[in-house]
Ligand binder design. Sequence first.
Ligand code: PMP
Length: 405
Amino acid sequence: MALLDKYAPLAAQYRQLEEAGANPFNVPFDDVLSPTEAIIAGRQTLLLGTNNYLGLTYDPLVIEAANAASTAAGTGTTGSRIANGSYGSHKRLEEALADFYGRKHGMVFSTGYQANLGIISALAGKGDHLLLDADSHASIYDGARLGYAQVTRFRHNSPDDLANRLRRLADEPGDKVIIVEGIYSMLGDTAPLREFAAVKREYGAYLVVDEAHSLGVLGATGRGLAEQAGIEADADFIVGTFSKSLAGVGGFAVTDMEGADILRVVSRPYMFTASLPPANIAATLAALQQLRARPELRADLNANAARLYRGLAQLGFTLGPEPSPVVSAIMPSPEAAFGFWAALLKAGLYTNVSLPPATPKGLALLRSSVSAAHSPAQIDHAINLFADVGKGLGLLPETPALAAA
Ligand code: PMP
């Protein structure tokens, strides 16, 4: 028995995808041309499967900031903040994030994944209780494991189920920390945050909101769902990522909580990994400035999201419950999702396949995501490709009821 034999069934499925030449989990980007186009497997391709929500990865000011920072401060920090020091730019980015969110403290992590690991594991330890939405991102589940708190899952987006579970825990000692996301990344649905905030207040719990997919997307100034829902005062911590709207890599947490700086010496995913390199910090800071200065990016993004959602719904696809930059079509099976995805790619459109356990309710999803940088013509082209491919594969009604309406 070899060490990796435990993965044999999965390895066989993976090999099949590779042999079919259509493995959605290992797509070769030969060249990236812009936020919306790339050469994939030698073919010019429209990108509809990135998290480049504001299209800022090619923004001239963002690129210039990254280049200048590399020239001035080198390519890497070569170590962690606690062992090897904090650069001025780390502090400046933390201050800029705190300022953006109107909070006292900001803390930067090396990825969004680590921000969740670091905050969740440090806030809730042995004897405490974490209450997680059942559809939480893997980083939230992994953060829960790292901290040894007792984990209770509640039904996705159900304030009633959360309240029931908190009621049952009412006499238990320990802190209770609730974690929810702004926009959920698989179906693009949003959390009922006002109701969750009311439950949090009723039971004296703490609330962490992961705005990974909602920063730069929702809210009057782009801070996310907590801003849109008007419950920022109830969100004890906001966590998020630099890898989507902010066009970089990294993660953050902001809070008003007194004494939050102690997290820098108790949060292992903050302490025991190298800090972000100067170019990335500078690019993120420049992207944050663009996000704040150009609300029209958010308007373009949301108009594109609505256009794609409407177009795919009219074709007869079953989608998530509401338009958002993530637009997922529910496929009848993983095989259908693979087939549809591969045919779209061959036709010059890059999307994503999402499968259980990453997806809710065991769904097979063909997941698209839009950018502010898409033109309406690109969105329409994508919708037409969905129509052609869907009809060709027999995965679309020939005359969908909605299209006729
Ligand atoms: N939280 C959520 C809700 C996410 O969807 C993701 C990544 N998609 C992360 C955290 C992790 O962010 P990163 O990829 O920047 O590590």
